[in-house]
Design a protein around this ligand. Structure first.
Ligand code: FES
Length: 120
């Protein structure tokens, strides 16, 4: 079990290897957006890491962050991260206040596209 701490929400036990985007909704019960359904295309699943930011990222995440000009330290795509260690994040992209009709399509259990792990 990995421990997921969501600032101002609480601490949650998450099954090892679960996608962070799914843990944020299933375990933490937040209204985290994931408009593209977890395919590294929309960036609405972004979170800000406070602690435990993974060293590696998927090639898809790197490409999307670069293409969208997202360069803030600690800001990552939760659909491209597995909960395989303890981490603390801030939810910064929520349904509430977004004007969207829902959080987005349900992301699959495993990271899509098939991850190619690269350094930041
Ligand atoms: S980039 Fe769309 S859900 Fe992650």
């Amino acid at each position: 079990m990995a421990k997921l701490t969501v600032q101002d929400v609480g601490e949650f036990d998450v099954p090892d290897g679960k996608r962070l985007v799914n843990a944020l909704t299933d375990e933490a019960g937040t209204d985290q957006l994931h408009a593209c359904g977890g395919h590294s295309r929309c960036t609405t699943c972004r979170v800000e890491f406070v602690e435990g930011e993974p060293e590696q990222m998927t090639a898809a995440e790197k490409e999307t962050l670069e293409a969208r000009g997202i360069t803030e330290p600690g800001v990552r795509l939760s659909c491209q991260i597995n909960c395989d260690h303890d981490m603390t994040v801030r939810v910064i992209s929520r349904l509430e206040g977004s004007g969207r009709k829902d959080q987005g399509g349900q992301p699959a259990d495993k990271i899509e596209p098939e991850p190619q792990w690269v350094s930041r």
